[in-house]
Write a protein that binds this ligand. Structure first.
Ligand SMILES: Cc1cc2nc3c(=O)[nH]c(=O)nc-3n(C[C@H](O)[C@H](O)[C@H](O)COP(=O)(O)OP(=O)(O)OC[C@H]3O[C@@H](n4cnc5c(N)ncnc54)[C@H](O)[C@@H]3O)c2cc1C
Length: 493
């Protein structure tokens, strides 16, 4: 008889697990509490505009392509490769458009920000080499199984981390290489890609610059939603069953072995379970009798976000697909997010406009603005008044910088915020990536992809190892599949 696996949630970590486990010959059923599959990678139409509601920065598109190929060699995943990483706007009026590829980036940093071109190039080459050394060990395998580490260039990765990582934060390393505070701010921003602070996160995370500035971001044809939509379609075609509007209430186990899932509709028998629910809530809500790994779960949470989805009644040539309007005092902004748990009065504002390349996302001559500010997790702030104040501050900042009354351009609007991120996707207190990486040892402080207490229980998604972001969620699923194969050797190779 085929082994049966129940998957809790349908984020990209869950869908990737469904595909990888189907490939191993398991019978897979996915339970999603919401009425739509995809977790945070879903879309919404507001007025005549289409918006991707969650992720907008998409790197390592080959991972999605490979995922689809795992079941069907005919699959392709078309995407736009952007030739610009991001447009940066500073409060003094300076605008710097950062291209992609090391040489062009170094050239722009020299011409616009007065950096030493050779030094910038040296930094980018170093990050490329660090990425190649660190990725196979810290992202592609489990750090919690010795057999995963055997045969991997662990020593090489650790040597690099000790040389470039443990004793430095991202900001300290960036300050060693760059002299202009604006350049430092541009590189520091990459800490937000997993909801962390560059003043606390280890320098090894600077490898993100390899993806952001050398390979450059992509955008799927049809929008980010195609990532989860295509994965779901393929999984369904290969027999995966999807149950929407069905919340899992408990993970059932007996004598430390998985027996099934209890949902809002029924009890189901399963041999294996993969939880894609935030790891904190998995323990709190679904495993009431199991002692949770307190030390891992009490680590500082990653940031949350406030997002305004604005249908804008004109186009702005000055803006690209990704735009950042920086705060003047970046350190104070991170202190507000992580220490005082407030929104800083001068926030960094990110605007993503997919209609710049996906023209059907907005009517002709108009644009779909995804306007996001990094925010603290929900600890009971008065969000209604905080968000109204934030909206005013964003409008004033953008109006000044773009020299257009932005309020008059907004045709339709919707808002997402920490309370909704918690309620809609079960992200603990609205945190987006589980634990923050605000710690030199953060890579070791994420939950493993398997349970050490219950045989047959696995975890995938951004709140467990290896961490935040779509590529890492896909890697978490690959690690789950490898662990399952190791634990049940009779499964198909
Ligand atoms: C505003 C915003 C912007 C972001 N920007 C980026 C970005 O630019 N790039 C990037 O890579 N990442 C970004 N992210 C993070 C991104 O969402 C993740 O990288 C990825 O989509 C998370 O996938 P996941 O597999 O962890 O699951 P999630 O997408 O978190 O999905 C988990 C699913 O589990 C379901 N669920 C939870 N509990 C239960 C239960 N008990 N029963 C049934 N179902 C349950 C939830 O409803 C949800 O659908 C962003 C997130 C947000 C919110």
């Amino acid at each position: 008889m085929q082994m049966r696996v129940g998957i809790i949630g349908s984020g990209i970590g869950a869908l990737a697990s469904a595909i990888e486990l189907t490939k191993l010959g398991l019978e897979v059923t996915v339970f999603e509490a919401n009425d739509v599959i995809g977790g945070k990678i879903v879309e919404q139409r507001i007025g005549n505009f289409r918006f991707d509601m969650g992720p907008s920065v998409f790197t390592e598109p080959h991972l999605v392509q490979e995922l689809l190929l795992a079941l069907d060699p005919q699959q392709t995943f078309p995407y736009h490769q952007l030739d610009e990483s991001c447009r940066y706007f500073f409060n003094d009026g300076q605008q710097v458009n950062i291209p992609i590829h090391k040489e062009q980036v170094a050239h722009t940093l020299a011409s616009s920000l007065g950096e030493d071109s050779a030094k910038s190039l040296g930094f980018l080459h170093q990050m490329d080499a660090n990425y190649k050394a660190i990725y196979p060990v810290f992202i592609q395998i489990s750090l919690h199984r010795w057999r995963h580490l055997i045969g991997f260039p662990l020593l090489k990765a650790l040597r690099r981390i000790f040389k470039y990582g443990l004793h430095l934060t991202m900001n300290k390393q960036n300050r060693q290489f760059f002299k202009n505070p604006k350049t430092i701010q541009i590189f520091d921003r990459l800490a937000t890609y997993n909801g962390s602070s560059p003043y606390l996160a280890p320098a090894m995370l600077n490898i993100i610059s390899q993806l952001e500035f050398n390979e450059g971001p992509a955008l799927p044809v049809g929008g980010m939603v195609q990532i989860t939509r295509r994965a779901q379609q393929l999984a369904q075609q290969f027999g995966v069953k999807f149950h929407t509007n069905e919340r899992v209430l408990e993970i059932l186990h007996q004598h430390n072995n998985i027996t099934g899932l209890k949902t809002t509709n029924a009890n189901y028998d399963f041999d294996l379970v993969v939880s894609n629910m935030d790891i904190h809530y998995t323990y709190e809500q679904l495993l009431p009798t199991v002692k949770a790994p307190g030390f891992l779960l009490k680590q500082e949470k990653s940031s949350s976000a406030v997002v305004f989805y604005w249908g804008v009644n004109r186009s702005f040539d000055q803006l690209g697909v990704h735009n950042i309007f920086f705060a003047s005092d970046y350190q104070a902004e991170f202190k507000a997010i992580f220490e005082t748990k407030t929104l800083h009065p001068d926030p960094t504002v990110y605007i993503h406009i997919s209609s710049k390349v996906e023209t059907a996302d907005a009517p002709a001559g108009k644009e779909n603005w995804f306007v996001m500010v990094n925010a603290p997790i929900n600890v009971g702030q008065d969000w209604d008044s905080e968000i109204q104040l934030l909206r005013k501050r964003i409008l004033s900042k953008l109006t000044k910088q773009l020299n257009v009354e932005i309020e008059d351009c907004i045709e339709c609007e919707q808002i997402n915020e920490p309370r909704l991120i918690d309620a809609r996707y079960s992200g603990k207190q609205g945190s987006i990536y589980g634990n923050a990486s605000n710690n030199a040892f953060s890579a070791f402080l994420r939950h493993p992809n398997f349970s050490k207490k219950i045989k047959g229980l696995y975890f995938a998604g951004v709140t467990v190892h290896p961490g935040g972001g779509i590529p890492l969620a896909i890697n978490s699923a690959k690690i789950v599949a490898r662990c399952v194969q190791e634990d049940y050797p009779s499964l198909r190779k």
